[in-house]
Design a protein around this ligand. Sequence first.
Ligand SMILES: [Zn+2]
Length: 180
Amino acid sequence: MTKAAGIIDKQELSMKQCIKCKQQLNEGCFYKDVSRKDGLTNWCKSCVKNHRKDYYQTYCEEIKIRCNAYFQKHRKEILPCMKAYSKIYIQKNYHRRAWSSMICRCTDIRHISHKNYGGRGITVCQRWLDSFEDFKKDMGERPSPEHSIDRINNNGNYEPSNCKWSTMKEQNSNKRVRGR
Ligand SMILES: [Zn+2]
């Protein structure tokens, strides 16, 4: 891909309309889908999750019985695959996941934690909203899946001067020192 094409892609990706709820959302609010042209699902994460939940509730018993039967029958083959897959998944995605869930917490009103972030007026700086690469440049690689984005001032926004990587343990002990 040429550099110019990369820039165009980025602009097109930064906002996208969900065809289900019709909202304009940041690319972080969509799941990846390599089969689509822009690499993202047509439905936003919240719509996909709600749909799955509805589906699951409707067919709950049936799904459980079928899944369980399938699992019992194939458990010898399934278990090693599951372990290998979850390991790969965690390694591949944990860098980007911190960024996309930060954006959803602040911009998607249906996110489960929105009331504690976007709902409290916490925002993400434009530079980070626009680009995962810039976020990575400012923050550095996420050191491990145990690390999350820690806002130094708990009432401040997600921006380079107010954020660092910390483990939950570090965050909790810092909060006590800072005395929220
Ligand atoms: Zn949607």
